[in-house]
Design a binder for this molecule. Structure first.
Ligand code: AVJ
Length: 340
């Protein structure tokens, strides 16, 4: 493919190999921390908690797709509607050759941006970065069928590994949708934006989709659906953990609990033990007692004030260009430009 070199920076190009047609993987991955270490570190923290990425094994990814369709879960369809309405405005304001999507998930939303890119500029590169290979393959097939003018390069990697390899000279729109940012606590927020800003060149933009602070009567049902899908999604993490570190969490002896913490502007999703259980970790030769009624914080979903977020992002040399929202002002898309 002639334009491979246009996507990767010269000194990163040789780190990648094509694992599948149009899908790249790192020859060697050196994550800051592997999944098992992350689990052991946060479960020994007080209070015990987990990093959100453990939720997305195959079953978890499937359950999350179903959550997106729930009547109570307004986020996906609200963001989709904003994109449908404002994609042309966004692409016009961001003169780029390539679109790099972090944690692509359902590539459906990005289609609006790519369609506008074709309409306005006739061509472009689309490079979704995702840890899920099946997701990338679906995205590649969709692209092949519906967006032939767009050159596709899937990056099978964690976001920070992926965006670090993109050529800084190639005008790029980085896209981070779905309020995935809401999963980051204060320290991962700073680390993420430092790394991303560092990876961005002077012609680059960032499109950020974030769920907004609002009444708890709207927020809480989105994370406590009547079908119990969210509960299943959250508790499923323990199946994945049992698999990753050889532990014996018993899903029958726990329940799901969620609440909106207004002081911290975040939904908190917990697993609560319904009886004392001795949790053993075969791979680490250690154990702890999970007492009855004790909680493990499995996920946070932060809610944002868009003006305040724009101010915070100036610290990372990201300056506001556009702010798109829905009529109810429930969700925001922020377009930011990297200042050289
Ligand atoms: C994928 C992080 C945006 O926080 O709304 C949905 C994850 N967890 N229901 C969110 C989630 C439970 C979701 N994000």
């Amino acid at each position: 493919m002639k334009e491979d070199r246009a996507l990767f920076s010269a000194d990163h190009r040789q780190l990648w190999r094509m694992a599948e047609p149009a899908i790249w993987t790192l020859k060697e991955s050196h994550p800051e921390e592997d999944p098992a270490t992350s689990i052991m570190r946060t479960l020994w923290d007080q209070p015990r908690w987990l990093e959100a990425y453990h939720l997305y094994d195959d079953r978890g990814s499937e359950l999350f797709e179903q959550i997106c369709e729930l009547p109570e879960y307004y986020l996906t369809r609200t963001e989709q509607a904003i994109l449908e309405r404002d994609a042309a405005k966004i692409i016009a304001a961001a003169p780029v050759n390539s679109i790099v999507e972090l944690g692509a998930g359902s590539a459906k939303k990005t289609t609006h941006l790519l369609t506008e890119q074709i309409r306005l500029r006739g061509a472009g590169i689309f490079a979704p970065i995702d840890v899920s290979l099946p997701g990338l393959i679906l995205s590649r097939e969709f692209n092949r069928a519906h967006l032939p003018q767009i050159e596709f390069h899937g990056l099978h990697a964690r976001y920070e590994e992926g965006f670090g390899s993109i050529d800084k000279g190639l005008p790029t729109l980085f896209v981070f949708l779905g309020s995935t940012l809401g999963n980051f606590n204060a320290s991962s927020f700073v680390r993420f934006f430092s790394q991303l800003s560092e990876a961005m060149g002077p012609k680059d933009f960032l499109l950020l989709g974030v769920d907004r602070v609002k009444d708890r009567d709207i927020l809480e049902p989105a994370y406590a659906d009547s079908q119990g899908l969210t509960a299943e999604f959250i508790l499923n993490v323990f199946d994945n953990i049992n698999h990753l570190v050889g532990s014996n969490f018993d899903l029958v002896k726990m329940r799901y609990y969620s609440t909106y913490n207004a002081d911290w502007q975040q939904i908190e999703m917990y697993a609560v033990s319904t009886e004392a259980q001795d949790i053993r970790f075969a791979s680490f030769n250690t154990s702890f007692c999970w007492e009855k009624n004790d909680q493990i914080l499995v996920e946070i979903s932060r809610k944002f004030d868009p003006e305040r977020l724009q101010q915070q992002l100036r610290f990372f040399d990201l300056h506001p260009v556009l702010h798109c929202t829905d009529p109810k002002e429930w969700f925001s898309l922020l377009l930011l430009k990297k200042l050289a």
